[in-house]
Write a protein that binds this ligand. Structure first.
Ligand SMILES: *Cc1c(COP(=O)(O)O)cnc(C)c1O
Length: 239
Protein backbone atom coordinates (compact mmCIF):
# COMPACT_ATOMS: atom_id res chain seq x y z
CA UNK A 1 0.00 0.00 0.00
CA UNK A 2 1.34 3.45 -0.88
CA UNK A 3 1.74 6.06 1.86
CA UNK A 4 -1.15 8.09 0.45
CA UNK A 5 -3.42 5.08 0.24
CA UNK A 6 -2.57 4.20 3.82
CA UNK A 7 -3.23 7.78 4.96
CA UNK A 8 -6.60 7.93 3.22
CA UNK A 9 -7.58 4.49 4.53
CA UNK A 10 -6.79 5.54 8.11
CA UNK A 11 -8.70 8.82 7.74
CA UNK A 12 -11.68 7.10 6.13
CA UNK A 13 -11.81 4.58 8.95
CA UNK A 14 -11.85 7.42 11.50
CA UNK A 15 -14.67 9.19 9.68
CA UNK A 16 -16.57 5.92 9.36
CA UNK A 17 -16.18 5.42 13.11
CA UNK A 18 -17.51 8.94 13.78
CA UNK A 19 -20.56 8.37 11.56
CA UNK A 20 -21.24 4.99 13.16
CA UNK A 21 -20.99 6.47 16.67
CA UNK A 22 -23.21 9.42 15.73
CA UNK A 23 -25.83 7.07 14.25
CA UNK A 24 -25.75 4.91 17.38
CA UNK A 25 -26.12 7.98 19.61
CA UNK A 26 -29.10 9.14 17.56
CA UNK A 27 -30.70 5.69 17.46
CA UNK A 28 -30.42 5.61 13.69
CA UNK A 29 -29.24 2.70 11.55
CA UNK A 30 -25.83 3.30 9.97
CA UNK A 31 -27.31 2.79 6.47
CA UNK A 32 -29.40 5.96 6.99
CA UNK A 33 -26.34 8.12 6.38
CA UNK A 34 -24.31 8.28 3.17
CA UNK A 35 -20.77 9.61 3.19
CA UNK A 36 -19.86 11.96 0.36
CA UNK A 37 -16.14 12.70 0.20
CA UNK A 38 -15.42 16.26 -0.92
CA UNK A 39 -12.34 15.92 -3.14
CA UNK A 40 -12.03 19.59 -4.18
CA UNK A 41 -8.42 20.79 -4.59
CA UNK A 42 -7.16 17.17 -4.49
CA UNK A 43 -6.02 15.29 -7.61
CA UNK A 44 -7.77 12.60 -9.61
CA UNK A 45 -5.24 10.10 -8.22
CA UNK A 46 -6.79 10.60 -4.77
CA UNK A 47 -10.26 10.04 -6.17
CA UNK A 48 -9.03 6.78 -7.70
CA UNK A 49 -7.55 5.66 -4.37
CA UNK A 50 -10.78 6.55 -2.55
CA UNK A 51 -12.79 4.57 -5.07
CA UNK A 52 -10.52 1.58 -4.43
CA UNK A 53 -11.17 2.01 -0.71
CA UNK A 54 -14.91 1.73 -1.25
CA UNK A 55 -16.00 5.38 -1.55
CA UNK A 56 -19.01 5.67 -3.87
CA UNK A 57 -19.88 9.39 -3.67
CA UNK A 58 -17.54 12.32 -4.28
CA UNK A 59 -18.20 16.06 -4.40
CA UNK A 60 -16.56 19.02 -6.08
CA UNK A 61 -17.25 22.76 -5.92
CA UNK A 62 -15.53 24.25 -9.00
CA UNK A 63 -16.27 23.13 -12.52
CA UNK A 64 -12.78 24.04 -13.77
CA UNK A 65 -11.29 21.44 -11.41
CA UNK A 66 -14.13 18.97 -11.42
CA UNK A 67 -14.60 18.49 -15.17
CA UNK A 68 -11.08 17.16 -15.91
CA UNK A 69 -11.08 15.11 -12.70
CA UNK A 70 -14.39 13.46 -13.52
CA UNK A 71 -13.13 12.74 -17.04
CA UNK A 72 -9.96 11.15 -15.66
CA UNK A 73 -12.10 8.97 -13.37
CA UNK A 74 -14.82 8.09 -15.88
CA UNK A 75 -13.97 4.38 -15.61
CA UNK A 76 -14.78 4.34 -11.88
CA UNK A 77 -18.17 3.58 -10.43
CA UNK A 78 -18.75 6.90 -8.64
CA UNK A 79 -21.58 9.36 -8.14
CA UNK A 80 -20.43 12.96 -8.64
CA UNK A 81 -22.05 15.70 -6.59
CA UNK A 82 -21.62 19.37 -7.42
CA UNK A 83 -21.71 21.47 -4.23
CA UNK A 84 -20.35 24.89 -5.24
CA UNK A 85 -21.92 28.12 -6.37
CA UNK A 86 -22.82 27.47 -9.98
CA UNK A 87 -22.83 30.05 -12.76
CA UNK A 88 -25.19 29.38 -15.62
CA UNK A 89 -22.32 29.43 -18.15
CA UNK A 90 -20.85 26.36 -16.41
CA UNK A 91 -24.07 24.37 -16.39
CA UNK A 92 -23.49 22.54 -19.67
CA UNK A 93 -20.15 21.26 -18.43
CA UNK A 94 -21.46 20.30 -14.98
CA UNK A 95 -24.42 18.40 -16.43
CA UNK A 96 -21.87 16.33 -18.37
CA UNK A 97 -20.61 14.60 -15.21
CA UNK A 98 -22.71 15.53 -12.17
CA UNK A 99 -25.29 13.04 -10.96
CA UNK A 100 -26.53 15.48 -8.32
CA UNK A 101 -26.29 19.26 -8.13
CA UNK A 102 -26.63 20.18 -4.45
CA UNK A 103 -26.39 23.94 -4.88
CA UNK A 104 -29.61 24.84 -6.70
CA UNK A 105 -30.57 28.27 -5.39
CA UNK A 106 -32.32 30.30 -8.08
CA UNK A 107 -34.85 29.95 -10.88
CA UNK A 108 -32.42 30.91 -13.64
CA UNK A 109 -30.16 28.05 -12.62
CA UNK A 110 -33.05 25.59 -12.68
CA UNK A 111 -33.96 26.69 -16.21
CA UNK A 112 -30.38 26.29 -17.40
CA UNK A 113 -29.97 22.88 -15.71
CA UNK A 114 -33.20 21.62 -17.23
CA UNK A 115 -32.27 22.79 -20.72
CA UNK A 116 -28.82 21.19 -20.59
CA UNK A 117 -30.05 17.97 -18.96
CA UNK A 118 -32.61 17.54 -21.73
CA UNK A 119 -30.02 18.32 -24.38
CA UNK A 120 -27.62 15.74 -22.87
CA UNK A 121 -30.39 13.19 -22.43
CA UNK A 122 -29.63 12.95 -18.73
CA UNK A 123 -31.62 13.16 -15.53
CA UNK A 124 -29.88 15.33 -12.95
CA UNK A 125 -30.75 15.12 -9.26
CA UNK A 126 -31.18 18.51 -7.61
CA UNK A 127 -31.03 19.66 -4.01
CA UNK A 128 -32.31 23.10 -3.13
CA UNK A 129 -29.52 24.79 -1.19
CA UNK A 130 -30.88 26.64 1.81
CA UNK A 131 -29.09 29.65 3.33
CA UNK A 132 -30.49 29.83 6.86
CA UNK A 133 -28.82 33.21 7.38
CA UNK A 134 -30.14 34.86 4.20
CA UNK A 135 -32.77 37.58 4.37
CA UNK A 136 -36.10 36.82 2.71
CA UNK A 137 -35.80 37.11 -1.06
CA UNK A 138 -31.99 37.20 -0.86
CA UNK A 139 -29.31 34.61 -1.45
CA UNK A 140 -26.64 33.59 1.06
CA UNK A 141 -23.06 34.76 0.80
CA UNK A 142 -22.00 31.20 0.02
CA UNK A 143 -25.05 30.54 -2.13
CA UNK A 144 -28.41 29.19 -1.07
CA UNK A 145 -31.96 30.50 -1.06
CA UNK A 146 -33.59 31.97 2.02
CA UNK A 147 -36.05 29.62 3.77
CA UNK A 148 -38.99 31.63 2.38
CA UNK A 149 -37.94 30.77 -1.17
CA UNK A 150 -37.56 27.01 -0.81
CA UNK A 151 -41.05 25.84 -1.75
CA UNK A 152 -41.21 27.84 -4.96
CA UNK A 153 -37.81 26.59 -6.11
CA UNK A 154 -38.69 23.01 -5.17
CA UNK A 155 -41.85 23.26 -7.28
CA UNK A 156 -39.88 24.62 -10.19
CA UNK A 157 -37.31 21.78 -10.04
CA UNK A 158 -40.02 19.15 -9.70
CA UNK A 159 -41.81 20.48 -12.76
CA UNK A 160 -38.70 20.75 -14.95
CA UNK A 161 -37.82 18.21 -17.63
CA UNK A 162 -34.53 16.43 -17.07
CA UNK A 163 -34.42 17.29 -13.36
CA UNK A 164 -35.35 15.29 -10.28
CA UNK A 165 -36.01 16.95 -6.92
CA UNK A 166 -33.93 14.90 -4.45
CA UNK A 167 -34.12 17.09 -1.35
CA UNK A 168 -32.34 19.93 0.45
CA UNK A 169 -28.79 20.94 1.34
CA UNK A 170 -27.30 23.46 3.72
CA UNK A 171 -23.99 24.67 5.10
CA UNK A 172 -23.96 25.69 8.78
CA UNK A 173 -24.29 29.50 8.82
CA UNK A 174 -21.41 31.64 10.09
CA UNK A 175 -23.69 34.62 10.75
CA UNK A 176 -27.21 35.26 12.00
CA UNK A 177 -29.24 33.41 14.60
CA UNK A 178 -27.67 30.02 13.77
CA UNK A 179 -24.03 31.13 13.96
CA UNK A 180 -22.15 28.67 16.18
CA UNK A 181 -25.26 26.48 16.52
CA UNK A 182 -24.88 23.90 13.74
CA UNK A 183 -27.25 21.40 15.29
CA UNK A 184 -30.05 23.96 15.56
CA UNK A 185 -29.40 24.91 11.93
CA UNK A 186 -29.50 21.28 10.79
CA UNK A 187 -32.69 20.66 12.78
CA UNK A 188 -34.29 23.61 11.02
CA UNK A 189 -33.21 22.14 7.67
CA UNK A 190 -34.70 18.78 8.63
CA UNK A 191 -38.00 20.48 9.54
CA UNK A 192 -38.17 22.24 6.21
CA UNK A 193 -37.26 18.99 4.43
CA UNK A 194 -40.15 17.23 6.15
CA UNK A 195 -42.47 19.94 4.88
CA UNK A 196 -41.14 19.65 1.33
CA UNK A 197 -41.67 15.86 1.39
CA UNK A 198 -45.40 16.36 1.98
CA UNK A 199 -45.73 17.53 -1.61
CA UNK A 200 -42.61 15.77 -2.97
CA UNK A 201 -42.33 12.40 -1.19
CA UNK A 202 -39.30 11.32 -3.25
CA UNK A 203 -37.24 14.31 -2.08
CA UNK A 204 -35.63 12.34 0.73
CA UNK A 205 -32.07 13.69 0.74
CA UNK A 206 -31.03 15.97 3.59
CA UNK A 207 -27.43 16.99 2.95
CA UNK A 208 -25.79 18.63 5.95
CA UNK A 209 -22.64 18.37 7.99
CA UNK A 210 -18.94 18.60 7.10
CA UNK A 211 -15.73 17.51 8.83
CA UNK A 212 -16.31 19.74 11.87
CA UNK A 213 -20.02 19.14 12.43
CA UNK A 214 -21.02 15.79 10.97
CA UNK A 215 -22.12 14.51 14.40
CA UNK A 216 -24.58 17.40 14.77
CA UNK A 217 -25.89 16.73 11.27
CA UNK A 218 -26.47 13.03 11.96
CA UNK A 219 -28.18 13.90 15.25
CA UNK A 220 -30.49 16.28 13.38
CA UNK A 221 -31.46 13.68 10.77
CA UNK A 222 -29.12 14.30 7.84
CA UNK A 223 -29.07 11.53 5.24
CA UNK A 224 -25.85 12.72 3.56
CA UNK A 225 -22.71 14.22 5.11
CA UNK A 226 -20.08 15.98 2.98
CA UNK A 227 -16.61 15.43 4.38
CA UNK A 228 -13.41 16.84 2.89
CA UNK A 229 -10.64 17.74 5.33
CA UNK A 230 -11.17 14.82 7.71
CA UNK A 231 -10.54 12.36 4.86
CA UNK A 232 -8.07 14.13 2.56
CA UNK A 233 -6.26 16.49 4.93
CA UNK A 234 -6.18 20.27 5.23
CA UNK A 235 -6.59 21.70 1.76
CA UNK A 236 -3.44 23.07 0.09
CA UNK A 237 -5.34 26.15 -1.05
CA UNK A 238 -8.69 27.83 -0.52
CA UNK A 239 -11.61 26.02 -2.03
C1 LIG B 1 -15.61 22.06 1.13
C2 LIG B 1 -17.01 21.73 1.38
C3 LIG B 1 -17.36 20.69 2.26
C4 LIG B 1 -16.34 19.89 3.05
O1 LIG B 1 -15.78 20.68 4.06
P1 LIG B 1 -14.70 20.07 5.08
O2 LIG B 1 -14.71 21.02 6.21
O3 LIG B 1 -13.40 20.04 4.35
O4 LIG B 1 -15.16 18.72 5.47
C5 LIG B 1 -18.70 20.40 2.42
N1 LIG B 1 -19.66 21.10 1.75
C6 LIG B 1 -19.37 22.09 0.90
C7 LIG B 1 -20.48 22.81 0.22
C8 LIG B 1 -18.04 22.44 0.70
O5 LIG B 1 -17.76 23.45 -0.14
Amino acid sequence: MTDRKHELAVNLAKVEERITAACAAAGRPREDVTLIVVTKTYPADDVRILSGLGVRHVAENRDQDAAPKAAACADLSLSWHFVGQLQTNKVRSVVGYADVVQSVDRARLVTALSREAVRAGREVGCLVQVALDAAEGARGERGGVSPAGIEELAELVAGSDGLRLDGLMTVAPLTGEYAGRPQAAFERLADVATRVRRTHPAATMVSAGMSADLEQAVAAGATHVRVGTAVLGVRPRLG
